[in-house]
Write a protein that binds this ligand. Structure first.
Ligand code: SF4
Length: 332
């Protein structure tokens, strides 16, 4: 069987406890397997079970998630752990129950229910949709509700009563390693005879490409303000992108050195030398930040309300700085 012979060795496959599968599926919602691996090991070592996850302080949780992005996943994971413990005493074992937990959509609930509990339920991610667009030689936009419903119907019939989780993972694995986006490796495929796109010579044309959403461009100035060997940071406001995460002083617009100096003074700060750190970009789902960075040496410790001075060790140990800002932090 394709999956037995070719599945990648992954820590949550080696030891597929419900908790480990649950954490891994949330981590993989917006992160590639290779990128998630080191985070997964660190996360489950620090928070080895649902109770530890449900009780972890938010700053510690976000610190463990630092670098993975999409931090609401971590917050939902913690909420889901608390709700599962309160309602069921452990992770619930059915798709319908798992789907009621925060952050658990159809795909994640299907993956956890089938992999951890063996329930015969599909787990349809982008990889699976791509494989089916080709197997069926279907020109529909793969994420359209109609196409998803068609794939779901087929899978509900096809999933074997035993090894439901392996069947779902085999499909995901096929999409991730063989039936890959632009150049499918049909020679390595276990099901070429069932593939209508292959027979029609259309495997590279399908699935239809979705138009990328346009992103709003925002210009920012990021000031890494240091007093002696300490660096100033604050929590981002509620309602903003990256709300609740820590940031260096971030101002609207691309400011020149002199404009920045004026802004800092208007906030009660006393800037000394200001050195440019250059432009950087960061891309969120719907927004693109174009940033100008500066290193600011302060001649007093006066800071605006909400900002705190951290030693570098304390900053790295205690708070989580989103990767948009780490790009500058790494430069100092
Ligand atoms: Fe994908 Fe090629 Fe296999 Fe068809 S034959 S499912 S296009 S890898």
């Amino acid at each position: 069987m394709f999956y037995d012979a070719r599945a990648r060795v992954l820590p949550w496959r080696e030891e597929p406890s419900p908790y480990r599968v649950f954490v891994s599926e949330v981590m993989l919602q917006q992160t590639r397997i290779e990128a998630a691996l080191p985070y997964f090991e660190r996360f489950v070592a620090a928070l080895p079970d649902l109770r530890a996850l449900s009780l972890v302080p938010e700053d510690r949780l976000l610190k463990l998630w630092e670098g993975l992005g999409y931090y609401n996943r971590a917050r939902n994971l913690k909420k889901a752990a608390a709700i599962a413990l309160e309602r069921y005493g452990s992770l619930p074992g059915s798709y319908e129950e798992i789907k009621t937990l925060p952050g658990m959509g159809e795909y994640s609930a299907g993956a956890v229910a089938s992999i951890a509990f063996g329930e015969r339920v599909p787990a349809i991610d982008g990889n699976v949709l791509r494989v089916f667009a080709r197997l069926l030689c279907d020109e529909s936009e793969p994420s359209s509700p109609l196409f998803k419903a068609r794939v779901r119907e087929i899978l509900e019939e096809a999933i074997p009563p035993s090894r439901a989780g392996d069947f779902n993972q085999a499909l995901m694995e096929l999409g991730a390693t063989v039936c890959i986006p632009s150049a499918p490796r049909c020679k390595d495929c276990p099901v070429p005879d069932f593939c209508a796109a292959r027979r029609a010579g259309r495997e590279k044309e399908l699935p239809q490409k979705k138009k990328k959403p346009s992103r709003r461009l925002e210009e920012k100035t990021v000031a890494l303000c240091m007093f002696e060997d300490k660096i100033a940071a604050r929590k981002r406001e509620k309602g903003s992108v990256l709300a609740g995460m820590w940031e260096f002083l971030t101002l609207e617009g691309a400011l020149s050195k002199e404009e920045l100096r004026r802004e800092l003074k208007s906030r009660g700060m006393q800037p000394g030398e200001i050195s440019p750190l250059g432009p950087k970009e960061h891309i969120f789902t719907h927004i693109q930040w174009k940033m100008e960075g500066y290193l600011v040496r302060l001649s007093s410790s006066a800071l605006p309300e909400g900002m705190r001075l951290f030693s570098k060790e304390a900053l790295e140990r205690e708070v989580s700085i989103p990767s948009a800002f780490l790009k500058y932090y790494k430069k100092i």
